[in-house]
Write a protein that binds this ligand. Structure first.
Ligand code: AQP
Length: 343
């Protein structure tokens, strides 16, 4: 009985997350994910990957993909991820993600995937023309996390349902293979300011890389003029900002801009209303633009500096991949044993 795993997970805590290399990063990715990564690296062992396997669930130009991967890595570094503390690596450089992903495809149930709302949103009216990978993406995501026995997953609010699926897969694997406590049931760190930044053109749609309108988002690569112009053009109503949170909730576009201000300034929405409630957007938008430029310009400047030295980024990614492969290998080995593969 000595090698029976404990009933609940008792291994080390580890942070796991990633961002797809599917285009320029925006303010939502920055506040919903990158800011959390940099904070957590000082608290828990942190593994952050560039999700290039996920990126190809929709078409990516092969001539651009490697550079897109470098650009996401540059954004991580510019936001403050320190490769001496955190492990930063490209997902495709660790084949064990795909291997565990396949095993999990045989654990996850079709009915679970049928409920995923992000697939419905991303596939739109042409579901039958979507890649199979876009459909099974959340299963690979479970492998990304559980391969490293990730216990904390900092992501935006839009990933809550996928995280629930990761927990379901971990629990079913542990149960079906009689391996209690083998995989942890990871906790999503989805709360906090900036967890759900909405489009600047539509307060009911998430800010997204794939939105055809560039004015819908603030890219981390936008210069000061572009940021100011996008905020000036952001959809609003003619009323001044409300005085209370209850009234703010009824006005999605105003709510979003107040939320962005708060997340960038480290203030609650109530604090922002205490300062700007009753004032018009003619006053609020320039203040928001100044704040956004002050906070984002150092990040975009640092990104440009890193992008000017792709060899340095490649060295960081290669070293991170070596470390990630070394941590992943024993887990995958144990999984193969548990599943009963020939060895
Ligand atoms: N609008 C958002 N507000 C807060 N967090 C967000 N995230 C994405 N959009 C927002 C978080 O960013 C991380 C990386 O996301 P991703 O690129 O891997 O996938 P995504 O969620 O599909 O991001 P996009 O920008 O919407 O890309 P496309 O348009 O390509 O699908 C995740 O933690 C996500 O929650």
């Amino acid at each position: 009985m000595t090698d029976q795993p404990p009933a609940s997970y008792s291994g080390p805590q580890r942070v796991l997350s990633g961002v797809q290399s599917s285009g320029a990063l925006h303010l939502g990715n920055y506040l919903g994910a990158l800011v959390k990564f940099t904070r957590l690296q000082h608290e828990i062992d942190t593994f952050i990957f560039v999700a290039d396997l996920h990126a190809i669930t929709v078409w990516q130009d092969p001539a651009q993909l490697a550079n897109q991967t470098r650009e996401i890595a540059a954004a991580y570094l510019a936001a403050g991820l320190d490769p001496k503390i955190a492990t930063i690596f490209p997902q495709s450089a660790v084949p064990a993600h795909a291997e565990l992903g396949w095993i999990f495809q045989c654990v996850a149930r079709l009915g679970w995937l049928d409920r995923m709302t992000q697939f419905k949103e991303k596939s739109g009216k042409h579901k039958e023309r979507s890649s199979v990978g876009l459909y099974t993406y959340p299963v690979l995501q479970a492998a990304d996390i559980l391969l490293y026995k990730g216990t904390q997953v900092p992501v935006g609010d839009d990933q809550k349902q996928h995280l629930e699926l990761t927990r379901d897969i971990a629990a079913k694997f542990n149960h079906d293979f009689d391996a209690p406590g083998f995989f942890p049931l990871p906790e999503g760190l989805t709360e906090g300011p900036g967890a759900r930044i909405m489009s600047l053109r539509d307060g009911s749609a998430k800010m997204s890389k794939s939105d055809p309108s560039d004015n819908s988002r603030i890219n981390l690569t936008d210069d000061a003029d572009a940021i100011a112009q996008k905020i000036r053009k952001a959809k609003t109503d003619p009323e001044p900002l409300p005085e209370t949170l209850e009234d703010l909730k009824l006005r999605p576009e105003a709510d979003n801009l107040v939320g962005i201000y708060g997340a960038l300034a480290g203030l609650t929405k109530a604090d922002v209303l205490a300062e700007f409630g009753g004032k018009g957007f003619g006053t609020f938008k320039p203040a928001l633009a100044d704040l956004a430029v002050a906070k984002l310009s150092p990040v975009s400047d640092a990104m440009r500096r890193y992008m000017a030295d792709p060899a340095e980024i490649d060295a960081i990614l290669a070293a991170g991949a070596d470390k990630a492969r070394a941590v992943a290998a024993p887990t995958l080995d144990e999984v193969k044993n548990i599943v009963g593969f020939w060895r």
